[in-house]
Design a protein around this ligand. Structure first.
Ligand SMILES: NC(=O)c1ccc[n+]([C@@H]2O[C@H](COP(=O)([O-])OP(=O)(O)OC[C@H]3O[C@@H](n4cnc5c(N)ncnc54)[C@H](OP(=O)(O)O)[C@@H]3O)[C@@H](O)[C@H]2O)c1
Length: 377
């Protein structure tokens, strides 16, 4: 066994349910109290990660360190206060021996997408977005295949198209579909981004801030927004559509699970780790830390940080809002070499089995039949 560099990864709860998963003693406490405690709660070392082992015997270990703030607190609090919390989490990781730090979910979104945090950090920082982009693209087209969609004839929609993840996804999806619609909120930024790349997109393309109108036109939807609310609603989805969800917290309304049995929603950013990984709670030794994912599974952004440690690539690999697609290709190659795989499909806290896919396709066929004009009896 060869030990490589170590890593730390900054995590934060995505919801009040997550807070209890992180800290079981929070159970039963009211939301206002939890929010108030978190406002003042210092960063803390949550889990020791061991057993990440490549097929050629390299092994890394690391720590999940919490910058304990909810997404709306990360967005709403004074920027400096949030940076301070994230940097303290990275310092804890550094003291434990980490040589590289990853920024989870909104800790990689806040401000300038990790750039300022990286400038102030004692060790190199990555948002992990390059591997998230790679995983998201693979997941979207795996979903298309499972649903029998001919991508070359399909319209795809990227929601959050001006973002760090979304903007690279636009470039990677365009060569594989007939038409692409870019969606974001800020029209000026969206128009500027569209003008800068429209000429190099090898498919029909357009942009809009009207999210519902765009989603209604798409068979393939990839969503990667920094919204703290649902943005994909069941009423907008086409029969038999595929929605690849990268956002944390999720963009897709839970109502889609209940009201649209004909639509395939898949969380696109989950990876299967190599070796025999273990996430052990630091405060309760012997107990596992629950990421709310199946065994051996982690987020793609965590996986990128682990790959960089395994490769001794202690560098700010993914930062800011202009991720180079060559980096996406490079990290995907390194991850595959190191034994990381795209995780099985999953959404709404449950696995998507082959039986479930058959049921979704059946529901889509039925809906199409019912929607078709009836012949005169
Ligand atoms: N699964 C994983 O492993 C993983 C890894 C990293 C990040 N993530 C998640 O991925 C998401 C995106 O991250 P990022 O770094 O790309 O963020 P980002 O650079 O801040 O981009 C966010 C994008 O979302 C758009 N947006 C925000 N609210 C919107 C709304 N209500 N409707 C439509 N568009 C909206 C923004 O456009 P405007 O500026 O116009 O609002 C922007 O285009 C986050 O939820 C993050 O937590 C997941």
């Amino acid at each position: 066994m060869v030990n490589t560099a170590k890593f730390c990864f900054v995590i934060h709860p995505l919801s009040l349910e997550d807070v209890v998963r992180y800290e079981p003693s929070a159970k039963g406490k009211g939301a206002p109290i939890i929010r108030k405690i978190m406002e003042w709660m210092p960063a803390w070392n949550v889990a020791h990660v061991t057993g990440i082992r490549t097929p050629d015997g390299r092994e890394t270990e690391g720590w999940f360190v919490s910058a304990a703030l909810l997404p709306e607190q990360i967005v709403g609090f004074p920027r400096e206060k949030v940076y301070e919390r994230i940097l303290r989490a990275i310092e804890i990781g550094t003291e434990l021996g980490a040589g590289i730090a990853g920024l989870g979910a909104f800790t990689g979104v806040v401000g300038d997408g990790g750039v300022t945090v990286a400038e102030r950090s004692p060790i190199p920082v990555t948002t992990g977005n390059s591997l998230t982009i790679a995983a998201g693209i693979s997941s979207l087209f795996r979903g298309a295949q499972e649903m029998g969609i001919d991508s070359k004839e399909a319209t795809a929609v990227v929601v959050g198209a001006t973002g760090s993840i979304g903007s690279a996804c636009v470039k990677l999806i365009a060569p594989r579909v007939k038409k692409l619609i870019l969606v974001a909120r800020n029209n000026t930024r969206l128009a500027k981004f569209y003008d800068s790349i429209a000429g190099e997109l090898p498919c029909e393309s357009s942009y809009t801030t009207d999210l519902s109108a765009a989603v209604r036109q798409g068979q393939l939807i990839l969503t990667a927004t920094s919204s703290t609310q649902d943005v994909i609603e069941p009423e907008d989805l086409q029969t038999g559509a595929v929605v690849c969800e990268l956002s944390l917290p999720h963009d897709v309304s839970r109502r889609v699970a209940q009201e649209r049995p004909d639509v395939l929603v898949t969380e696109g950013g989950n990876m299967l780790l190599p070796g025999n990984p273990r996430f052990e709670r630091v405060r309760e030794p012997g107990q596992d830390f629950d990421l709310n994912l199946p065994p051996r599974t982690a987020l793609a952004c965590m996986s990128e940080t682990m790959v960089l440690a395994l490769e001794n690539r202690l560098e700010p690999f993914s930062l800011g809002r202009g991720i180079d697609v060559n980096k996406v290709i490079e990290i995907q190659r390194l991850a595959t070499k190191d034994g990381f795989e795209l995780a099985d499909m999953r959404a709404f806290d449950a696995a998507i089995t082959p039986e479930k896919i058959a049921a979704i396709r059946g529901a889509a066929d039925l809906r199409r039949t019912n929607a078709a004009p009836q012949g005169i009896a």
